[in-house]
Design a protein around this ligand. Structure first.
Ligand code: ZN
Length: 244
């Protein structure tokens, strides 16, 4: 899922969602910066090893691990399995029309088209959530402000064997993506996706088609997004599970 759904989920399942839990709940998607891979922070093995590394080296950061678990739990219903059926909600909601529009939006291989379509279904959930009076933007912004970025960069650089400078730089880029766009508005989404495609995939985006693709994704999700989130909130994973 996208930022707002992850943070909303965290505020619903956790009685005390402090800044580290909030940041932890979005952190796995910093894979978009290239500092870590999509398997890091998303797969069971890496997460469990990071958990024990954090307990050994940075006890004060352990609330972050709750956030990472919440991310894992929501991504599971989004990617892997939803209501006893596979794949998860975001992949199962992709339609032929959405695929065709995405092919006109970005010029990438078919597998990547499908991945990008699932991102737009997730964008749809975020968009409807935000416009349903659940604006998480302030909570995301203040949580990012409150977290000690140097400590967080220290943990990531120690565990993933990257320089602290690189880790800090990636964190700052990621936090910019999470805070700089008005995601209540479709044009904010067009901007975010165009910037992310350029940054991560190093490709251009046809913005006219991006808007049409987003409109279609918002339409697909408009009657199901709430049910999806409520189901996920009431069916949390009991333990960390591979989910992509
Ligand atoms: Zn994720």
């Amino acid at each position: 899922m996208f930022f707002n759904a992850h943070v909303y989920y965290t505020t619903r399942v956790d009685r005390n969602p402090n800044e580290l839990k909030v940041v932890g709940s979005i952190l796995p998607d910093m894979a978009a910066t290239g500092l870590v891979t999509w398997d890091n922070l998303h797969k069971k093995k890496d997460l469990l090893e990071l958990f024990s590394y954090t307990h050994k080296t940075s006890l004060e950061l352990t609330p972050l691990l709750d956030g990472l678990s919440y991310h894992n739990s929501l991504d599971y219903t989004s990617h892997t399995e939803y209501k006893n059926s596979k794949p998860g909600y975001s992949y199962a909601s992709i339609t032929p029309q959405l695929l065709e529009l995405m092919k006109k939006t970005i010029n990438v291989p078919d597998a990547r088209v499908r991945t990008s379509c699932h991102n737009l279904i997730e964008a749809g959930v975020d968009y409807h959530l935000l416009n349903d009076n659940n604006d998480m933007a302030t909570l995301i912004r203040t949580s990012i402000e409150q977290v000690d970025k140097h400590k967080l960069a220290g943990l990531l650089s120690g565990y993933y064997q990257k320089t602290e400078e690189k880790a800090l730089w990636a964190l700052n880029d990621f936090f910019t993506f999470a805070t700089n766009y008005n995601l209540k508005d479709i044009d904010g989404w067009v901007k975010l996706l165009t910037d992310m495609n350029k940054y991560y995939l190093k490709i251009e985006t046809n913005e006219l088609y991006a808007k049409k693709t987003l409109e279609t994704a918002f339409e697909i999700t408009k009657d199901t997004w709430k049910e999806y989130l409520e189901f996920s909130i009431s069916h949390p994973l009991k333990e960390i599970t591979d989910c992509n």
